[in-house]
Design a binder for this molecule. Structure first.
Ligand SMILES: Cc1cc2nc3c(=O)[nH]c(=O)nc-3n(C[C@H](O)[C@H](O)[C@H](O)COP(=O)(O)O)c2cc1C
Length: 200
């Protein structure tokens, strides 16, 4: 596959076949993340890899409990909460591998003012997105698929506690990996003319 075929072909997959991925396949995806650009080259990302059913279950249970609570706070009814909880749980348990992307800020520059510090953190988050995209594209180029779950961002302390992670690791995203159970429907893209707002 050429580069643009990979870019256009990658899709978010939310249901996987049970076929496992090898350690080499997962490592290749992480290797791609490692080469992403980052502010000052500080590589503000750390990866947590889960393939064991017990570990995935522990994470899904913990995040699910927090999510149930948050959905109830939003005023969602019990049936909706149950359905959304079950789907989210299945996505994590049903993925042969999940990689938790954590932001790691300790190596970044430190500023005396909050404004520049916030910009520094934003740059780190931007680069985490670059690392994530490298992972998604690498997996697709290697013949398997990925999904993105933002849930960890909304319950960082819960995720840390469930996996015994250090306090300076900030969970941001869960990337699920495996072979697509079926072809997902793709969301259309806005035309370029709408996206380019100024060109002179
Ligand atoms: C920062 C970010 C957060 C996302 N969070 C979720 C999520 O929590 N659940 C989900 O199913 N998809 C999530 N997605 C995937 C998007 O829904 C998906 O990329 C978009 O609908 C376009 O579809 P495609 O990836 O198949 O092209 C997320 C994507 C990004 C970049």
């Amino acid at each position: 596959m050429d580069f643009f075929t990979i870019i256009r072909g990658r899709r978010s997959v939310r249901a996987f076949r049970p076929d496992p991925l090898s350690r080499e396949q997962i490592s290749a995806v992480l290797e791609a993340a490692r080469w992403a650009p980052s502010p000052h080259g500080r590589q503000p990302w750390r990866f947590v890899v889960l393939t064991s059913p017990a570990a995935k279950m522990r994470l899904a249970d913990a995040m699910g409990a927090t999510w149930r609570h948050q959905l109830a706070l939003d005023g969602q009814d019990e049936a909706t909460i149950e359905t959304r909880f079950r789907k989210s749980h299945e996505r994590i348990i049903g993925a042969p591998a999940v990689v938790l992307l954590c932001l790691y800020l300790a190596d970044l520059d430190h500023y005396p003012d909050a404004e520049r510090q916030a910009a520094e953190t934003t740059m780190a988050v931007q680069s985490l997105g670059c690392a994530a995209q490298n992972m998604l594209l690498a997996a697709y180029a290697l013949g398997f698929d990925t999904g993105w779950m933002c849930a960890p961002l909304f319950c960082q302390a819960t995720v840390r506690a469930a996996l015994g992670l250090a306090a300076d690791l900030h969970p941001h995203a869960l990337i699920t990996l495996g072979y697509a159970a079926r072809d997902p429907v793709r969301r259309p893209r806005r035309p370029l003319e709408e996206l380019v707002v100024h060109w002179e």
